[in-house]
Design a protein around this ligand. Sequence first.
Ligand code: 5CU
Length: 386
Amino acid sequence: MTAAGRLLVDIHTHVYLPRYASLLRKRTSVPLIRSATTREGTTEERLLILDHEPSGGRPVGAQYWDREEKLKFMDRHGIDVSVVSTANPWLDFLPAPQAHSLASELNNDLEEYCASSPDATAQGYSIKRLYGFGLLPLVPEISTSALLEIVQQISELPHLRGLIMGTRGIGKGLDDEALDPVWAAIEKAGLVIFLHPHYGVDGKAWGDKDNGHVLPLALGFPFETTIAATRLILSGVFDRFPTLRLLLAHSGGALPALSSRLASCIDHDPVVASRLKHDARYYLGRLYLDAVAYGPEELGFVSDTIARSERYISGSSVSPAPDRSSGSKRMLFGTDHPFFPPLSSTEKWKSVVENLESIDAVQGWSQADKDGVRGKNAMELFKLRE
Ligand code: 5CU
């Protein structure tokens, strides 16, 4: 039996539920799944989700949709509990009525996927091995009432503890005032929003060289998250909804590194300077960030930028040195499974091992801080103690 404080919880792990995968198989434009013949003459399925996907898509298989494969992956890496989310591009490409009905069906599917999963063995706690983030039909022309209905649905499904969303909102991005009733409902329901990229940034920035997936994934994805989260901060969402819980993918992208520059640009802009209640750096301390950064120095730095937030409470006389340990409380382990599989067959995935080793090697994090990032923070954020 594992002590509950020592559970390993993966909060960044994806699935294409069977219903979603069947939809992708029927499509003729991206996103889609197609059958292809390999050089050996066998048939395989290939996934195309990104614009200009290199080499006709990537091979996909059961690890993308089969729950048994998720559990096997968890067992192989010692992961006790996963909070699973539908992978990008969610429902973004669908017309509003279809996005609405599919969101509802996929949320019920994910509830069943989690509710019927095995129990995790934790001393004194009764928990499942799988929990989930639901989906909202965030597409143009969707009505506010449809969005609120789905927030309500998610809040009533006992194994869904949040929702995943991309950066486009209902067409104008996440700083669109039309989303205020949605933020209010999510805040009231206590659901965690997992903000995840899909579109990257303008592909022209990547030049002509064939660098495969590297630039869009390493830079485009995190920059997209950086821009979306910054627009949310600038729109005053965290002043209007101070207890909204937002979890950023890939350790918040470049936001931690650029937050003081952002604060300075705001200070020098007469239009924006009076709009926010706090210095921009304050809002970093209101966020949750995954620990999918692949390096201990990055994790340590990110936790510093979270920790110093208290310095920037307007009118506060407190000016403590950043306490890396307190910053760690808002960081949570993730794997990005089933993405980033190893290129050759190995027992454990390098991408997972690197993130676990990084957590272990952060200077200034105590054993309790590391246990927090590995699982205890997730247990608290997602209220996994039933
Ligand atoms: O490799 C990729 O394309 C991806 C993706 O699409 N989504 C994700 O979460 N990670 C990697």
